[in-house]
Every structure is written in C-alpha cells, then in structure tokens.
Design a protein around this ligand. Structure first.
Ligand code: PRP
Ligand code: URA
Length: 210
C-alpha cells in the first residue's frame, strides 16, 4: 500500500509559498517564510497523534480535557535546507528532540552522498518527522528514511515544501509506509534535477551561499 500524500492548500501557506518562490525574495525573507510555513504545516502533520482524557483543575473547578499521549516526537532535518524548518516546528512542539542527517546531492550523478548522521538515542520510540523543503528525485529523502529505518524506527513521516512527481513516486515506492506532507506538488524536474517551477536551490537561498 502507498503512503498517503497530503497537499496543503491553505490560503496562508499558498500565499507564503508564492513569496518564497519569487526570485526577488532575499535570504532574510526566505528564511522567515520557510519558518512560518513549517510552523503552519505542523497542525496537519500532527493531526492523528493520539490523545488521552485527563482531569485538570482550573481556577473555578475540575474539568476533563484531552492532552497528547503516546510516543513523543522527533524531528530530523536533512542538512542543509531542512534546518530552516526546525525552529518553526519546535515553537509548537518545544519538547521535540532533533536528529540531523547530512546529505548532499552529487551534481553529476544526482545520487545522495551521506556525510553526517546523529539521531536521538530513543528514536525508535518517537514519531519521527523528516524535514527537507525540496523533494526532487527523492534520492535524498529516501536515503535519509533508510538510515532512520536501520535504527529500528517505524513511525516516520516526510515533510517537504515543494515536491516533484518523481520524488513522491520514489518515496512511495521505496517507503510505502511513510506519509508525505507537502505544500505543493510541481510539474516536473529539469535536466539538472531541479524542480520546475520550484524555487531554485533551497539551501543556497536559505543561507545566502549563492
Ligand atoms: C537539496 C534539497 C534536498 C535535495 C533534494 O539539497 O535540500 O536535500 O537537494 O534533491 P533530491 O530529491 O533529488 O535528492 P542539496 O543536495 O542541494 O544540499 P544542500 O541542502 O546542502 O544544499
Ligand atoms: N534541490 C533544491 O534545492 N532545489 C531543487 O529544485 C532540487 C533540489
């Protein structure tokens, strides 16, 4: 069975994504927009987290309310661009532990090259969200998910901002158990593996390296 793909069509998210795509948007605004979109996406990505009924004493008396139960959350940005999604998510889930996976895409082969991996020690007991704004060929995301699965983790979702059909197809094929959350599914990849129309190189725009 294929993992589900959720596309966020909320007007605020689409508006901010439009600003991110604009080639005239500078590093500061790009960083803030990515942060804000990531925070807005958390509502939907965490929609099915389990809750339990608890008794709470308000200043006026006792009431039953629902609070999160079950496993805690881990977020795993893929370096570099995934780092831009961490703060927005942690603002709403401050107890989330953060793992890091360093991967870059070889510009010639488009194959992911790993250079770093440090995950929370108890990752297999957490709901894990892999973060990367761009899902292009899907090679990086799929490799990252494979590393995480080697640590016996099973509850994994992928959160991206823009996806190409090729990337979605690859992750669904190689990791059918993983749900994919995106703000937009674009038309295609170009001959260099860039998403069209996309937003260009997310890492460079986020960190101002070009
Ligand atoms: C970008 C992006 C993804 C990857 C997507 O990273 O942030 O990690 O490319 O491409 P794929 O789906 O074809 O694997 P990049 O390799 O440019 O590294 P960087 O974030 O360090 O710039
Ligand atoms: N990585 C990016 O940053 N952008 C793309 O369009 C594809 C891969």
């Amino acid at each position: 069975m294929k993992g589900k793909v959720h596309v966020f069509d909320h007007p605020l998210i689409q508006h901010k994504l439009g600003m991110m795509r604009d080639k005239n948007t500078g590093t500061k605004d790009f960083r803030e927009l990515l942060d804000e979109i990531s925070m807005l996406m958390v509502f939907e990505t965490t929609r099915n987290l389990p809750t339990e009924e608890v008794n709470i004493e308000t200043p006026l008396g006792w009431t039953k309310t629902r609070m999160l139960s079950g496993m805690p959350i881990g977020i795993i940005p893929i370096l570099r661009a995934g780092l831009g999604m961490v703060d927005g998510i942690q603002r709403l889930i401050p107890n989330a532990k953060v793992g890091h996976i360093g991967l870059y895409r070889d510009p010639d082969t488009l194959q992911p090259v790993e250079y770093y991996c440090k995950l929370p020690a108890d990752s297999e007991h957490r709901y894990l969200y892999v973060l990367d704004p761009m899902l292009a060929t899907g090679g990086s995301a799929s490799a990252a998910i494979s590393f995480i699965k080697q640590r016996n983790c099973t509850n994994i979702s992928l959160v991206s901002i823009i996806a190409a059909p090729e990337g979605i197809e690859r992750v669904q094929k190689e990791h059918p158990d993983v749900n994919i959350y995106v703000a937009a599914c674009d038309e295609k990849l170009n001959e260099h593996g860039y998403i069209v129309p996309g937003l260009g190189d997310a890492g460079d725009r986020l960190f101002g390296t070009k």
